[in-house]
Design a protein around this ligand. Sequence first.
Ligand SMILES: [Zn+2]
Length: 147
Amino acid sequence: MNKQLKPLKKVLLLVVHCTATKCNRPFSVENLIACGEAKYGQCSYHYYVRRDGEVIPLLPETVQGVHARHYNYCSLGIVYEGGLNEKGQAYDTRTEAQKHALYELLKELTGEYPQARIVGHCELPHVAKDCPCYRPSCEYANLQPKC
Ligand SMILES: [Zn+2]
């Protein structure tokens, strides 16, 4: 474990992302990790959801990722493979397997962190991105904390 990783003390947000890669081009877990290391010196996310629905744990839930500016200290980052169509345009390219896997993963995480709210990266303030190309806050309304 890289000793520079900062501890994550609380989980108030579950932030969903896409890799912003074309849906017809596989983006390997090695590539995803290398991308984060090149940009930020560490892996960016906690979970990776592949096109076939495989969920790959990356960072432990006890350390901070680098995926949502200003919110890394209190969030987990979940990223699905895709988010761009064949033409390279932002698009919800999730497969049925990915939709199912994302739902199951978020259900498990909200069970673990009942106070945590599910949001898409683009739903955070001042984020001018399409990531993850759908609205997790609405799609997972039934998993959100009751207030
Ligand atoms: Zn993102």
